[in-house]
Write a protein that binds this ligand. Structure first.
Ligand code: PTJ
Length: 249
């Protein structure tokens, strides 16, 4: 991405955070991000500030468990919204390759133009197949009334595990009711999504996705995958994230 180094000098103490902002703004201008996505990012930034803008030991545990779960799954899907497409399209494609997951576009503020723009961005980064766009999203998640309910019958609808970055809580709850295992990436450890998911990675998606790819590469072929997921306690992990933000650990 073309970042204006006159506006954001590389030695600015908050350069990284400001670059990530620019990626969102660029994504908005290119039709990937909903205007509401910029507001959602601001909320995320506030939590990231409290975390110290780093991947904590607590988040690393969740990342490891998420990687193990993705490798154990038979039909996993990475759900992609506007913010995810703007921040880490290449990492989505790479993680899908490493864990043999499908990629599906699923957006809250649904428009056909944005669905297509997100699909094109993923394809530009090497995705061969992108589900959930247009009429292919013909299945419905029961008891969900937002536009997120429309899913691909061969994708999220049939999935055993769904990775949902930057989510609104309703769909996570609905997916769990459908007996799917849900992995969330959410900087807010207090959100309904974080609480409803089976594994929540409290980290910035921009840092979490490359770590998830690395963990999946390391764990591929390991005989301890089930043990890693069985030993993971999401409630405790969320409480530890809150303690980190409060400076208690
Ligand atoms: O592209 P769409 O139409 O699907 O819309 C996407 C947004 C994000 C606008 C939509 O899903 C939404 O309204 O989400 P919420 O309910 O605002 O929740 C977003 C959550 O993601 C909040 O808990 C934020 O703290 C968190 N968040 C924001 N930025 C990041 C993040 N978590 C991880 N990494 C981030 N960079």
């Amino acid at each position: 991405m073309n970042i204006n180094h006159i506006v954001i000098p590389p030695d600015h103490p908050r350069a990284k955070s400001l670059y990530i902002r620019e990626m969102l703004v660029s994504g908005f201008r290119r039709g990937l991000v909903a205007p509401e996505g910029l507001i959602a990012h601001g909320r995320g930034e506030a939590y990231d500030y409290l975390l110290g803008e780093r991947t904590t030991t607590t988040a690393k545990l969740a990342i490891n468990a998420a990687a193990a779960l993705l490798l154990l799954s038979n039909r996993s899907v990475i759900s992609v919204n506007g913010n995810t497409a703007a921040l880490c399209p290449g990492a989505v494609v790479e993680l899908a390759k490493v864990t043999r997951a499908n990629i599906e576009v699923n957006i809250f503020y649904r428009t056909e133009e944005r669905e297509k723009a997100i699909k094109a961005e993923l394809e530009l980064h090497g995705a061969k197949k992108v589900l959930g766009v247009g009429s292919t999203a013909s299945a419905r998640i029961p008891e969900l009334y937002s536009e997120r309910r429309r899913v691909d019958p061969d994708g999220i609808y049939a999935a055993d595990t769904v990775l949902v970055p930057l989510e609104d809580g309703d769909r996570t709850e609905a997916l769990v009711k459908m007996n799917k295992t849900v992995i969330a990436i959410d900087l807010n450890p207090l959100s309904r999504t974080s609480k409803a998911a089976n594994i929540t990675i409290v980290d910035n998606i921009e840092r979490a996705m490359p770590s998830l790819i690395e963990a999946a590469r390391k764990l591929k072929g390991s005989t301890s995958l089930k043990k890693i997921t069985d030993n993971f306690d999401n409630r405790k992990n969320l409480q530890d994230s809150i303690k980190t933000m409060k400076g208690e650990i």
